[in-house]
Design a binder for this molecule. Structure first.
Ligand code: KG4
Ligand code: ZN
Length: 348
């Protein structure tokens, strides 16, 4: 029997400080996530400077905990993988600096991974079936992007949001409805008691072929429905519990119908038979149900990231093994790439 091989993965692209140990046969031995949600709560969104400082404080304890939980030591590690793109520059830098230091100190390879490819790869970790080639759909707080993914480490953008990401819209609408932060889970909970057809909100690009998204008009429409349209005489219905539930349900339906329609269109346009969906919004049960039945109707398979691997985590950095197997390592003078990478080639 060959001895196990261990990869340490680090993730700090936004507001979660995370580390995980994954074996070469893709077993997640530990998956530690230190969430900063409490720190950003009162601002209703992530404050980059606060995020960077919190990463500095959390990174070493989180890495130590991941190693301890996996019952491995630094000497057991074969490589260190780290998300270097895209994300908040200050946040990415903390993870990359930690990963470089470990790689240099231990004399092991550094593997730079793409955070969005990792969100998609979370689906592969949950199935024994080969997932690639597939269409990858990242629906998170920062992104709403469709990709054609020939392999785990190559992808071509098919479309994406031109303004807010879907998760960001959930967060902002939750603020408008005074439901708290992060918005996804609270909107989902409120929507259960609401009438999803109470209000017909705008659904940008729904009937167009393009695989792009826009959620900012929808967000404004919810604002006006909740608090009134500026300059209009009509007074909106009182924002009581039932009205909040109706607006949450109508908003959620508007988003989900667009996400599902574009997923189906992407499958038709690429001719692929497998769709992999990751990112925080992929945790939404109504979305999972609606997309699963669309997949059955349209004859493709849909794979969701497991619930605990939808929001940011380092276990999905098991993707690092794919780079290692392809002998794609990174130099120690590597920098982060905060912006979205728009082409499929290797950027390290
Ligand atoms: O993937 P993630 O942790 O962050 C980014 O990489 O951007 O996703 C966080 C986003 C937040 O906007 C949050 O509101 C949303 O995912 N989210 C959800 C749900 N759980 C988290 N959105 C809808 N329904 C949910 N159940
Ligand atoms: Zn993410």
């Amino acid at each position: 029997m060959t001895p196990p091989r261990y990869l340490l993965a680090i993730e700090t692209s936004c507001d979660e400080t995370a580390a995980a140990v994954i074996t070469h046969d893709r077993h997640v031995l530990s998956n530690v996530v230190a969430s900063q949600t409490d720190l950003h709560l009162r601002y209703g969104g992530v404050v980059p400077e606060i995020a960077s400082r919190a990463h500095v404080q959390a990174i070493l304890p989180v890495v130590k905990e991941a190693l301890a939980k996996a019952n491995v030591t630094l000497k057991d590690l074969e490589a260190v993988a780290v998300a270097t793109r895209p994300g908040l520059v200050g946040s990415l830098l903390i993870g990359l600096t930690a990963a470089k230091s470990l790689a240099w100190g231990l004399g092991i390879p550094l593997v730079a991974i793409d955070h969005l490819q990792a969100h998609i790869y979370a689906c592969q970790l949950a199935t024994q079936q080969p997932l690639y080639p597939c269409v990858g759909f990242v629906v998170s707080g920062g992104h709403t992007n469709l990709y054609h993914c020939p392999t785990p480490i190559t992808f071509n953008p098919l479309g994406g949001t031109i303004d807010d990401a879907a998760g960001e819209a959930f967060d902002k609408v939750a603020q408008i409805l005074n439901l708290g932060y992060p918005g996804g889970p609270v909107i989902e909970a409120a929507a259960i008691h609401g009438d999803s057809h109470a209000v017909q909100f705008p659904q940008a690009f729904l009937h167009e072929d393009r695989l792009d998204f826009s959620f900012s008009g929808l967000k404004t429409a919810v604002l006006y429905a909740a608090h009134g349209t500026p300059g209009a005489r009509a007074v909106p219905p009182p924002l009581n519990t039932q009205r909040i539930a109706d607006l949450a349900a109508s908003f959620q339906r508007a988003v989900i119908e667009v996400l599902v329609a574009k997923s189906v269109a992407a499958m038709h346009q690429t001719g692929e038979t497998r769709l992999a969906v990751g990112g925080g919004v992929a945790a939404n049960k109504a979305f999972r149900t609606s997309l699963s039945s669309a997949a059955t109707r349209h004859g493709f398979e849909v794979f969701f990231a497991p619930l605990d691997l939808c929001t940011d985590n380092a276990a999905m950095g098991g993707l690092g093994w794919e780079y290692i197997d392809a002998r794609q390592f990174s130099p120690l003078d590597l920098d982060v790439t905060p912006g979205l990478v728009r082409v499929s080639t290797d950027h390290r």
